[in-house]
Write a protein that binds this ligand. Structure first.
Ligand code: NAD
Length: 473
């Protein structure tokens, strides 16, 4: 089995300790990752601290140029990285609506290219006979990046591109479920970046905690669950570390009564089930008016039942397995609670007989807010469709959740949809679409989905501190 190593100070060396990484399609290990310890954290943070002086004073245009070279390496190694993504995440090479390993690897390269060209210009607040006042943006220092297992390479690219472009150095810790592609990517990136600028350590939650507690870390960018986000925020208080927290979502969609069920069913199924529902901003609760409730739910169930679930390396597969056994258990527990709450399963509701963590795409009707399947994020292939009588009730139910990542409104009347959309408590809202992010538009959560945004100039600014400069005339 192939071994993947830590990269510290530009060196990728054999380690004394490794752990198995499981392929969720087979439930068997397919690779081994080096297992970092506290001494490795210290070495990685020291390497990043030492590299900071020179990297933060390297002209931004040169840092941008090196990031474009990193993106080009991703493009050159696309087949290898895609296969690793399929093996560690389970997602198909292409997948439902083109959402798969190809999108992840191609998207990572595209995100780096677009965001490497964003700038942080000096802002002039005042320039008159008395004084000139300028706002400069300065790098923070060492950034700790902690990533989840659903989009490991893409989210790594989201974190490290603005962090490095702004002049910070980075220590990244991927999820122990999916450390392999990130390890290979960081190894490749280190063939063009100076030593110590981008370091990788690999291990579990304890290692993440050790990294974020390190006193020489200036900022933490974290994508993962709300529970872990709260732990990190508490630990960051010790040194007042800066934070970007991209946390859990339980995104609502509201269908308005002018919609033709046949016309939207396929797009809704894709919004709910792409990447097997394991996307932070997937559609996770759908509110539908009584007049079209049963027809739309049935149209969606008919389509969901036809999705091809299988090993992501096989051609034509729409959905792979759930990424890990723990997440599969969460999905099965929520399905069981939906059954006990009187939910009606229009499709799915069971595991697929296999060693892998496969679960049938599942649509449940007859539930409402207050039931666990509606209130909690399943982060898997199970979606409740909830009936509403009047629109005010639907808006209230959509907003009645601690999360506030994304939301959507579906209608043929854009003005009416927009009036509803702007009343939803979410960091992003889509009309006749759900979950589509793009590299130049800010993305982030409100409420317990976190704070701070990623992408574009708003995202880049998060990796800098303001220095106001006043020059007396
Ligand atoms: P998780 O919180 O269990 O783990 C995420 C990462 O945090 C892993 O690398 C883990 O090892 C590390 N970690 C765990 N405890 C830690 C601690 N105390 N200190 C530091 N690091 C620690 O999340 P997950 O199960 O990997 O991911 C699924 C969750 O992520 C879902 O809730 C999903 O909605 C969310 N998510 C959010 C976004 C977003 O942009 N908002 C994107 C993707 C996923």
């Amino acid at each position: 089995m192939k071994h993947y190593n830590l990269t510290i100070n530009g060196e990728t060396k054999d380690h004394h300790d490794y752990f198995d990484v499981i392929n969720p399609a087979t439930a068997e290990p397919f690779a081994r990752s080096a297992k970092a310890d506290a001494a490795d954290v210290n070495r990685a943070v020291a390497a990043a601290s030492n590299a900071f002086a020179s990297w933060s004073t390297t002209p931004m245009a040169e840092r941008s140029n090196l990031l474009h070279q990193v993106a080009a390496l991703v493009e050159q190694h696309m087949p290898e990285l895609m296969e690793l993504i399929v093996q560690e995440t389970g997602k198909p090479l292409n997948g439902l609506n083109g959402v798969g390993a190809g999108m992840e690897v191609g998207g990572a390269a595209a995100w780096i290219h677009v965001n490497a060209d964003v700038t942080l210009p000096v802002e002039v607040i005042q320039d008159n006979d008395d004084a000139r006042v300028e706002v400069h943006r300065k790098a923070l220092g060492v950034v700790a990046s902690i990533t989840p297992w659903n989009w490991p390479l893409l989210i790594a690219a989201w974190h490290l591109t603005p962090a490095l472009l702004a002049g910070n150095t980075v220590v990244i810790k991927p999820s122990p479920f999916t450390p392999i592609t990130t390890a290979r990517f960081v190894e490749l990136a280190n063939t063009v970046l100076p030593p110590g600028v981008l370091n990788l350590i690999s291990g579990g939650p304890e290692l993440g905690a050790t990294l974020v507690e390190h006193p020489d870390v200036a900022k933490i960018v974290f994508t993962g669950s709300t529970t872990t986000g709260k732990h990190i925020m508490r630990s960051a208080a010790t040194d007042l570390k800066r934070l970007t927290l991209e946390l859990g979502g339980n995104d609502a969609g509201i269908v308005l009564d002018d919609v033709d069920p046949k016309a939207v069913a396929a797009r809704l199924v894709s919004a709910c089930f792409h990447n097997n529902g394991q996307t932070c901003a997937a559609l996770k609760r759908l509110y539908v008016p009584s007049g079209i409730y049963h027809q739309l739910a049935q149209e969606m169930a008919d389509l969901a039942a036809k999705l091809i679930v299988g090993n992501g390396l096989a051609q034509g597969v729409d959905l792979g397995p759930v990424q890990n056994e723990r997440q599969l258990q969460i999905v099965m527990d929520l399905a069981e609670s939906a059954r006990q709450d009187g939910g009606h399963f229009l499709c799915g509701g069971e595991r697929i007989d296999s060693k892998g963590y496969f679960y049938r795409p599942t649509i449940v009707t007859g539930l409402s807010n207050g039931h666990r399947l509606v209130d909690e994020e399943p982060f898997g292939p199970i979606v409740p469709i909830i009936e509403y009588q009047d629109l005010e009730q639907a808006i209230a139910m959509a907003n009645d959740n601690p999360c506030g990542l994304g939301a959507s409104v579906w209608s043929t009347d854009t003005a009416r949809a927009l009036a509803v959309a702007t009343r939803l408590h979410s960091g992003s809202v889509w009309i006749n679409e759900h979950g589509a992010v793009q590299p130049d538009a800010p993305f982030g959560g409100v409420k317990q989905s976190g704070f701070g945004v990623e992408f574009g100039h708003h995202g880049l600014a998060e990796f800098s501190a303001i220095q106001t400069v006043k020059i007396m005339k």
